[in-house]
Design a protein around this ligand. Structure first.
Ligand SMILES: Cc1ncc(COP(=O)(O)O)c(C=O)c1O
Length: 327
């Protein structure tokens, strides 16, 4: 089956750029695929996913998207902005302690007019699905047609976003005259990784797909990615042996946990900004770039001559953590 319909939201193709000074320092040809440039306020990896998710929601007659994340969720912000652009309603279920003093993504959620329900981080970990079902029921009673988008849009329609990104990247690399041995990125809820692993197989990119975890233990996240790929295969009746595909996750980048980065990550963010003018964030891309540079410098990714870093966006995450950057 061919890819399903998509609602055009992203500025594609995103640029593939060389990182010559950083690459010279670590002895590898280093490139960055700028998916932080899928849009300005809507930028980042979620936009590619949302193109397929929103098309699916519209096909089902939805007028309201319900989704969830932390108060600084990039996914929720991208959903809120996309909904506002399309005249849909967004209802965000955000885990956190307070909605006072909105900053970063939360401020943008507000500006995009999203309805926000604040839940405690404990409830988020335990009774999230029940809370979302209650909200969906209330939305239906109020005469709306809700569509629930799971955490990070990491489910069957969302996976198509990064399947398509691999086709785009393959063309970029061919134009630049190389094939990447490594494609590295930040992995959180797993849908970006699932799409990349599938796309790598479908379009024969031939890269090692290496996800640097920002929150979860590697084995547990790999199982979730596998399950998403299986569900995608079933729903879209694809003839791919998904269980034979490698799902490689490095979880040494998790550090103290989601949203908490070590000093070394903040130093990497400052180094990359200084050397290349590329802005990374401490929640996702900073951790992943730190993991990639550490592995490349220590020879852990043997045989890598060309490595592509997928910049998945998240720049608004730097502002609430402004106090942690080196002076
Ligand atoms: C900036 C950024 N990078 C990476 C990710 C991880 O993507 P995924 O949830 O598909 O694993 C996210 C998810 O929220 C994100 O916001």
């Amino acid at each position: 089956m061919a890819p399903p319909n998509r609602t055009a939201l992203a500025r594609l193709d995103t640029p593939l750029m060389a990182l010559p000074r950083l690459g010279r320092e670590i002895g590898v040809a280093l490139w960055v695929k700028r998916d932080d440039m899928t849009g300005s306020v809507m930028g980042g990896n979620k936009v590619r996913k949302l193109e397929y998710v929103i098309a699916d929601a519209l096909a089902q007659g939805a007028d309201t998207l319900i989704t969830c994340g932390g108060t600084q969720s990039n996914h929720c912000r991208a959903t809120a902005i996309a909904c506002a652009q399309l005249g849909l309603r967004a209802h965000l279920v955000l885990a956190g302690d307070s909605l006072d003093h909105p900053d970063g993504n939360l401020l943008l959620d507000r500006l995009a007019g999203a309805t926000i329900t604040l839940v405690s981080p404990e409830l988020f970990g335990t009774a999230l699905n029940a809370e979302i079902e209650t909200i969906a029921t209330a939305e239906r009673r109020a005469g709306h047609k809700p569509y629930v988008v799971p955490l990070g849009a990491s489910f069957e329609p969302g996976l198509w976003g990064y399947i398509g990104a691999v086709a785009e990247l393959k063309t970029d690399c061919a134009k630049a005259g190389f094939s990447p041995e490594i494609l590295a990125f930040a992995t959180g809820s797993g849908g970006t990784q699932g799409g990349l692993v599938l796309g790598n197989a479908m379009y024969d990119l031939g890269a090692r797909i290496v996800g640097y975890s920002v929150a979860s233990e590697a084995g547990e996240l790999a199982s979730r990615v596998r399950e998403q790929m299986r569900q995608w295969k079933t729903r879209y009746r694809q003839d791919i042996d998904v269980d034979s595909l490698p799902v490689e996750i490095d979880d040494r980048t998790v550090g103290a946990g989601y949203g908490q980065a070590d000093d070394a990550v903040f130093e990497t963010i400052a180094r990359v900004g200084r050397l290349e003018g590329l802005v990374l964030d401490p929640v996702y891309t900073g951790k992943a770039m730190h993991g990639l540079l550490t592995d490349l410098s220590h020879g852990k990714l043997k045989g890598a001559r060309n490595a592509v870093f997928l910049h998945t966006g998240g720049v608004f995450g730097i502002f609430p953590q402004r106090g942690n950057f080196p002076a």
